[in-house]
Design a protein around this ligand. Sequence first.
Ligand SMILES: [Zn+2]
Length: 139
Amino acid sequence: MHIPQCPKCGSQKVIKSGVVNNRQRFHCKKCSYYFTVNKIGKKIDDYYVIKALQLYLEGVSLREIERLLGVSHVSVMNWVRKYNIKAPERYDYRPTYKILNHQELQDFISNPANMGGSGMLITELGDKFMLIKWERFKD
Ligand SMILES: [Zn+2]
């Protein structure tokens, strides 16, 4: 694991000093300051769990979520079970999604024809944006 700098004095003479609330605690040998850092892996996991469950609720299939987010459909299924997520059983609409950079997103939204008669969800995805769109408000 990467040993961070002391946030107080900037020293790298830092040693591990136990785990508090699932966060690694460190002790600075120079100024005696104690601090904790988030476990980075856990943070990324949570990010993708939420994204995956959002997509699942929008009717995107597990295989499609796997392709979009790069997490296995088995993981997504486990999260659905773990959090007891129940998606509506029947969708009259099928979501479509695009991965856009910031400029492409602006171009898309600036065209009123793209915005009518539908629901949409824009979510950050790495350095791009994912736009999920479905024809929810059409008869
Ligand atoms: Zn220090």
